[in-house]
Structures are given as C-alpha cells and as structure tokens.
Design a protein around this ligand. Structure first.
Ligand SMILES: [Zn+2]
Ligand SMILES: [Zn+2]
Length: 287
C-alpha cells in the first residue's frame, strides 16, 4: 500500500521540475559516461545501440524545440492533434517537466529575460543559468504566464501523464537494447539532451554572436549549439522574433527543426506558421 503522502507528493509535483528529477539529471545521468566508455572498450556496443541512441536523442531534442518550445510556448504554428501529441510525448523523453510547466517557465524567462524574475537569469552565474536553477523548484504561474496552457487538450494530456511518458524514454531503450541500450540510448542520451537544452540558457546568454544587437537581453547565436539542438542555438534570433517558428534566419544558419517543420507543412500536418513580415522571403508589399 503506497502511503497517501507519497501519492499527494507525486500528484502535486508531476507537472513541474521536481528536486528529485533535478538530482537525477544533474548527478546521476553523467555516470553513464564512464559506463558507456567501459561498454565500448569491452566491445559490447553494436551499431544498433548507437542508432538507438541517435534516434532517442533526436526524438527528445526535436520534441523540445519544435514541440515544447515553438508549438506550445510560442504558438508559432498549428498542428494536427495526433502530431501535437506525438511531438510532446517525444519532448517528455527529455525529462524537463511536463509541457505546460516547461512552457510557462519559459514564457516567464522571455518576460523577464536577464532581470529579476527570470528563472534562469545569467546574472546569477553560469551554474545557476545552466542547471542550478532547476533545484529551486520553481512553480509555474499559469495565471500570469500561459493561461491557455491548461485549456489545451494535448498539453493537458501529456502534462497529466508526464511521469509515464518521460520514463518511456528510458524503458523503451532498455526493452529494445538491453542494459547497453539503456546506458547509451537511455541515460547517456538523456544527459546529452539535458545539457544541450541547458546550454541555451547558459552559453546562449553569454558566448556567441548577436545579429540583433537591440534586444534588451544578453541572448546570443551559437553555431555549434544550434547544430546539436536542432536550431535552438540561434537564440538571439529567437529573442528578437519570439513567435517566428524558424530560428535560423539566414541561409547559413542551420536549423534542422525548421527543415522538419517545412516537411510537415508540405504534408499539410501543420499550418498557420507565424512568420513576421520582415522575415518573409517575399514580403507583402508595404505602401
Ligand atoms: Zn533566452
Ligand atoms: Zn522562447
């Protein structure tokens, strides 16, 4: 019999980043690095294990950028409900909280970027902006940041079953690849996916270049982070045009998330892309 207090604890916490998740992500998942190194030197790692790790990395990182971030937080486009649910489930594999909580805290970041009130302000140091902030157990304020989040059926569903879905990101690799699959596509993949997302808040508010110098924050563009985060690293672009679904604004700014969205658009699975007039290839004539 599970004590009532434990049930209440998880009911209250399953929609936002909890302290135990933070501890697991920051201190436990890096143990997969020596474990992966050992399995590699023992010759236990197959091509299928590497493929599984790349697949789960891509699913979780894409789920975060085109699902949690561009679709739910900024409502940059509309998507068919089945696609929305699938993308958000993939995003939950990154174990960064349910989509409603993630989006609400991110809206708060944009509202107060680099100022008091920003959950991961770079002014409080690199560690804080990278992953120290998740130990603070910030509670999303839905009334102020993202009222619509709790009215969206797909966001509500994935947030409600977040504990189940997020753990599938560990369980499926273990079922498909045994314990080596669990180490590579489960823990190591999760460790990398989290540090890449956290780098947007730390590295992309500290190092890199600024195409839009007039933004009222320290956001930067960073090519390497953009490459591994499927476009998130064009963070200065994003702070300038928050609702724009494409984060790479120039032809050489690689944004793999954008390419995937363009494919979805071709299929008719997504629509109503909020591309600002200034950034359209063929801007409407102004008179
Ligand atoms: Zn930012
Ligand atoms: Zn954003």
């Amino acid at each position: 019999m599970i004590p009532k207090s434990v049930i209440v604890f998880f009911r209250q916490r399953h929609q936002y980043l909890s302290y135990s998740y933070a501890f697991f992500l920051v201190f436990i998942t890096p143990l997969s690095i020596p474990a992966a190194w050992w399995t590699w030197h023992q010759g236990l790692v197959t091509g299928a294990d590497i493929g599984l790790a790349v697949l789960f990395y891509s699913l979780s990182a894409l789920g975060i950028t085109i699902g949690y971030h561009r679709l739910v937080t900024h409502r940059s486009y509309q998507a068919k409900p089945w696609l929305k649910r699938a993308i958000l489930i993939c995003g939950s594999f990154a174990m960064q909280g349910g989509p409603a909580a993630w989006a609400s805290l991110h809206i708060q970041h944009h509202r107060y970027a680099d100022k008091p009130g920003d959950p991961h302000s770079p002014r409080e140091g690199f560690w804080h902006s990278h992953c120290g902030w998740i130990f603070h157990d910030y509670k999303p304020n839905y009334r102020r940041f993202g009222k619509w989040l709790l009215e969206d059926p797909e966001v509500k569903h994935v947030s409600k079953y977040y504990l189940l879905y997020s753990n599938l990101g560990l369980i499926i690799p273990a079922l498909l690849g045994g314990w080596v699959g669990f180490v590579w596509a489960g823990l190591l993949r999760l460790c990398l996916a989290c540090h890449v997302t956290w780098s947007i808040n730390s590295i992309c508010h500290r190092f890199g270049t600024r195409d839009y110098t007039k933004t009222q924050d320290t956001s930067t563009n960073h090519f390497l982070i953009a490459l591994v985060s499927f476009g998130e690293g064009w963070h200065n672009n994003h702070h300038r045009f928050m609702q724009m679904p494409f984060f790479g604004h120039r032809w050489y700014q690689i944004d793999l998330g954008k390419w995937l969205l363009m494919i979805f658009h071709q299929f008719g699975w997504i629509w109503d892309l909020k591309i600002p007039k200034e950034l359209r290839a063929d801007p409407e004539p102004t008179s």
